[in-house]
Write a protein that binds this ligand. Sequence first.
Ligand SMILES: [Zn+2]
Ligand SMILES: [Zn+2]
Length: 277
Amino acid sequence: MNLGRWVFSSSDDLPKAVASVLEKTTAALLALFFPDDCRICGAPLRNISRVPVCPDCLSQPEPLAADYFCVSCRTPFVNPAPLGADGRCALCRRGLRGFDAAYSYGAYEGVLRELIHLFKYARIRPLAGPLGEILARAIPRDQRFDAVVPVPLHWWRRWQRGFNQSALLAAAIGRRYGIPVRAALRRVRATPSQAGLTNARRRSNVAGAFRARKALVAGRRILLVDDVMTTGATASACAAALKSAGAKYVALLTLARVDRRSWVEPLQVRPDTVGVT
Ligand SMILES: [Zn+2]
Ligand SMILES: [Zn+2]
């Protein structure tokens, strides 16, 4: 290797080296702002956009479909057996939900899941726009709210990610419908990760982890926004905090929910839940 030639390059080589560096930098910058392929399907992107996903992929997510839903939390079921005479699931009947209603756009799978991952984990912040539009479609037209409240992120996670995905989604909803966005919730203690915990464990893990500011929620109808509903434990803890600060009504709005219909959880299969008489 001839280091000397590199360091003391001739006057002819120098402009070439500079040009090459400039070329590479420009290409990197262009790739950053004008990516050439859709991050989901790989198709070339035709329009200049800060969102690195093609319009086809953005229009892919479909609303969650099921024959049987709980009337208040909208949990889908394969048959009507888990629903009581009033159309509510066991958790809602036992008052464990905390919120009055839950709206979710689609199932947490396929393209919708990939979009949420790009937004949250690849930290592609401009996706808040298209995802906010998908989220808006899940709100029933006849509902009115006084405030939009995002589920807060623990400060450490927020710092790592650089933003709270729920706050960006809440802001998109607030702008669209002219509803004030209030950061009314805060975490009063850190909670270990919910991954791998059972429903009951998740509930006790986050119970009492949130406090709500009375001045911002008392007597109001609140639209609580989160990105994904897994078991609903976090949302329940937030709803409980909002209710104890005087909120009149709390509806949860999420982009996607984990569809557990295909899961087999042996401990939960009891004769009364599978329709055996
Ligand atoms: Zn695509
Ligand atoms: Zn329910």
